[in-house]
Design a protein around this ligand. Structure first.
Ligand code: FAD
Length: 293
């Protein structure tokens, strides 16, 4: 472990996850990984800790690997690692598509998957995609690895099931069933900005491509946590994948289940209108992908 004294206090470069957990348990410490969300908070004086524990130099949990069962994402892998992992022709392509939408090159070079998942800002881009992919968050308290489905991980804005000393070490994505398509769409005022609204959808069609067998829809930035729209998913199941007017009717109901915060450049009505448009689009793309082969 390397320690430095900086203007912000003590800065420790942890050489293992266990060492980082120990510091988080023993000291008034903040964990930093890529620093893309934490550093702005530190600079604004919003984080008041004696110690910063940096895990970015740890070599473990940086791999991204496809197995027969699914996809394993290392919690310390960066957004860039995910984009370069060659998942574009796989059932997981919506993940690098999502990663490509995050910030600018520097944010993608430094920001990590674990940091994005743990930060729990409701407008982050990965959570909706991971929710529709039925992903599982893997985290540790230094001795035991625990798993929780990502749609049970978020408890509120910036608030997750993690204890202060627990660290996200990975995300496990089960292999989607055959004839499944997944899509992600985001709206931001400028390229590289945080989402004003984002939506992901997963659709599974039957073997003949004539009926939707399963569906998942999740929206981001439309409530204190990413929201899974189970009522709308149920309405898609059993319907004809080519019935675009039904999909439009489903998407038109998004606003019944969202709780967006009005902003200067985005009223509740405006955000719901965008969410409706993005939902219709993601459902269509997911269906096209599900029926591709
Ligand atoms: C200019 C800019 C633009 C951005 N645009 C987007 C965007 O378009 N879309 C988007 O989704 N995000 C965006 N972000 C946010 C940012 O990309 C993510 O929040 C960031 O990548 C988080 O990862 P990190 O490793 O940098 O986390 P850090 O900043 O290091 O940490 C963030 C929080 O998570 C905690 N943490 C970090 N790693 C772990 C871990 N492994 N386990 C448990 N807790 C952990 C930290 O203690 C801290 O509370 C943007 C950020 C900037 C600065």
């Amino acid at each position: 472990m390397a320690t430095e004294l900086t203007e912000e206090g003590e800065f420790h470069r942890a050489s293992s996850i266990e060492e980082a957990v120990t510091l988080l348990e023993e000291r008034n410490a903040a964990l930093i990984s890529g620093g893309q969300s934490l550093m702005p908070l530190i600079r604004q004086g919003l984080i008041d800790r004696d110690v910063i524990v940096d895990i970015s130099g740890i070599d473990d949990h940086t791999d991204i690997a496809v197995t027969d069962d699914g996809l394993q994402l290392g919690g310390l892998a960066t957004h860039r690692d995910l984009i370069e992992a060659d998942l574009w022709e796989t059932p997981y392509r919506a993940l690098p598509e999502t990663a490509k939408e995050i910030g600018d090159k520097q944010v993608r070079n430094w920001g990590t998957i674990g940091g994005s998942v743990a930060h729990a800002d409701p407008s982050l881009d990965y959570p909706p995609t991971m929710i529709v992919l039925d992903a599982v968050v893997q985290y540790t308290d230094g001795s035991e690895t625990k798993e929780v489905p990502i749609d049970e991980f978020y408890l509120g804005q910036y608030f997750t099931v993690l204890e202060p000393h627990e660290i996200v070490i990975g995300v496990r994505v089960p292999k989607p069933s055959a004839n499944t398509g997944v899509a992600f769409e985001k709206f931001a005022w400028r390229r590289g900005d945080m989402s004003l609204v984002n939506v992901a959808a997963s659709v599974t069609v039957d073997e003949t491509g004539s009926e939707i067998e399963a569906a998942r829809i999740a929206v981001g930035a439309m409530g204190p946590t990413p929201l899974r729209l189970t009522e709308l998913e149920a309405e898609l199941v059993g319907s004809d994948p080519s019935d675009e007017s039904h999909q439009q009717a489903v998407a038109d109901r998004v606003g019944e289940f969202t709780e967006p915060v009005p902003e200067a450049h985005g009223s509740v009505e405006y955000k719901n209108r965008i969410a409706t448009n993005l939902t219709r689009k993601t459902i269509r793309t997911a269906i096209e992908r599900a029926t591709e082969n």
